[in-house]
Design a protein. Structure first.
Ligand SMILES: *Cc1c(COP(=O)(O)O)cnc(C)c1O
Length: 488
């Protein structure tokens, strides 16, 4: 076979393209990637994925290895997250979003089956629940009820949940922990008030459920997994703290019938029988094999050791940030996620805006994740923050990270945060939905000084200020336009 381009050239081009990426290993990117810091483990994941490369997860009866890998992963998750609970079953999905969406689909269809109603049930979430649940309500056509969280602890309050329950509620979601602030919702109390009304709870452990079982002090904290009565389902992503490449998550259910309502089957076409546990048809087994291999190799002791590294880094970094004048850690996070906000208890000239801080850290080669401030439905405000996801590799760079975040704060102390231009926001208030065409949106982005073809460059502060200030539908449409034009 004569290739048009040699494999070496093709791969060289890929290397070249990859050079523009944020650094995926080495600990300087504190979101998106979960770096164990162990090259041998990455090699193992790659080798396992390679072996699964030709498989199609569409049909585990033709490829029984797929069933075996998934069965092993579900069994492992069950042993860690449902110890001693009978009858727990589950599926392997392509990621956290799919796990969350399927948990909602199962709850919707269970609600319909049980009530005999065909209208839209309600999905109750806290304002800090992952956006995947907003997406689920959108795709699956549920009414969404977003409860404010306690603005100090960023935790969902059981009393608020209790007050939100009625016969339209198909599911309540709580997080262990939430992505934005790393706050642990009080699962036992929430599950108790829900159980009293017969409403199921989904525990979103996408990010936390594969570290919290090994986090120091785990035995002394209240239960939050499937051992809690009233918790109907739980999601955990192996492509986060399971150190697998992207594309693998586990979704567990207490009850077989709930699990089965996640599935889709149809015999109403002339082709092969379609029986899908998850959303995709043909699907990759590569990340599943990789996640399986990594978890087999590490075992409980391996996860314990890696989690210990993260916990030490988290304690160290918290102490460093506590010492930085002008910044504060939001709430009392337990686990690998930190959100940092301005310390507003001190005079303005000593305050540090978290987005300016992230921009300054970026200049020093560290990529932190700015998050917008938000006013909740009860009028309380969740301040703008910058998020850090810590991983085992963080420990190896802890001192450099401490120096960088301290220097970054020194560089922007007293500099006010970005605000969206007033005339721009006033004009945006008059934008009608039919004005939000691709062309108009592109013009608005240019007006705002944002050039999609250039990407975001170094500064996120201005974009985040716009997101905070614009009406949601306008902000959302502009974000779509920005990214779509960037991709084009
Ligand atoms: C990451 C995450 C999700 C969504 O997961 P994806 O894998 O990005 O689709 C859901 N919930 C929480 C708490 C998460 O951290």
């Amino acid at each position: 076979m004569q290739f048009e381009q040699s494999p070496q050239d093709v791969l060289a081009r890929l290397d070249e393209l990859r050079e523009a990426d944020a650094p995926t290993s080495g600990g300087r990117l504190l979101s998106y990637v979960y770096d164990s810091g162990i090259a041998e483990l990455d090699d193992l994941a790659g080798a396992a994925a390679r072996k699964a490369q030709p498989l199609n997860g569409l049909d585990p009866t033709t490829f029984p290895s797929v069933a075996a890998l998934e069965r092993d992963l579900v069994a492992l998750a069950r042993s860690v997250l449902a110890d001693g609970v009978d009858g727990v079953v589950g599926s392997v999905t392509s990621g956290g979003t799919e796990s969350c969406m399927l948990a909602v689909k199962s709850a919707r269809d269970t609600w319909r089956a049980v009530t005999g109603r065909e209208d839209r049930p309600t999905l109750v979430i806290g304002s800090t629940a992952h956006a995947a649940f907003i997406k689920a309500a959108h795709y699956l056509d549920l009414r969404l009820r977003v409860l404010p969280v306690d603005p100090d602890t960023c935790r969902l309050r059981p009393d608020d949940v209790a007050a939100a329950l009625d016969d339209s509620v198909a599911l309540v979601v709580a997080s262990t922990p939430s992505y934005p602030h790393g706050a642990l919702d009080p699962i036992t109390e929430i599950a108790e008030v829900c159980a009293a009304q017969g409403v199921p709870v989904h525990v979103d452990g996408c990010i936390g459920a594969w570290v919290l079982p090994w986090w120091p002090g785990a035995d002394t904290r209240p239960l939050w997994d499937l051992r809690v009565p009233g918790v109907a389902s739980l999601s955990v992503d192996l492509h986060k703290y399971g150190y697998a490449p992207k594309g693998v998550s586990v979704l567990l259910y207490r009850d077989r019938d709930r699990h089965r309502r996640q599935w889709f089957a149809t015999s109403a076409w002339p082709g092969y029988a379609v029986v899908n546990p998850t959303m995709l048809g043909s699907r990759t087994v590569m990340p599943i094999a990789a996640g399986w291999a990594v978890s087999k190799a590490l075992g409980g002791n391996g996860f314990d050791e890696l989690t210990g590294r993260i916990a030490r880094s988290a304690a160290h970094l918290r102490a460093v940030i506590d010492d930085i004048d002008g910044l504060r850690i939001v709430g009392d996070p337990v686990g690998p996620l930190l959100a940092v906000a301005t310390d507003t208890s001190i005079p303005e000239d000593r305050r540090v805006d978290p987005h300016r801080w992230a921009d300054a850290a970026r200049e020093l080669g560290w990529v932190l994740q700015p998050q917008p401030g938000r006013t909740q439905s009860d009028g309380t405000v969740l301040p703008r923050t910058t998020h850090l996801t810590l991983t085992p590799v963080t420990e190896a760079v802890a001192d450099d990270l401490a120096t960088a975040v301290t220097k970054a704060a020194d560089a922007v102390r007293g500099v006010p945060g970005a605000v969206a231009p007033e005339d721009f926001i006033a004009a945006a208030d008059h934008i009608r939905p039919e004005d939000l065409t691709s062309e108009n949106c592109a013009a608005v982005l240019t007006l705002a000084g944002l050039d999609p073809t250039a990407g975001l460059g170094g500064s996120m502060a201005d974009l985040l200020a716009l997101i905070e200030a614009l009406p949601e539908p306008v902000a959302e449409r502009l974000l779509i336009e920005f990214l779509a034009r960037f991709m084009e």
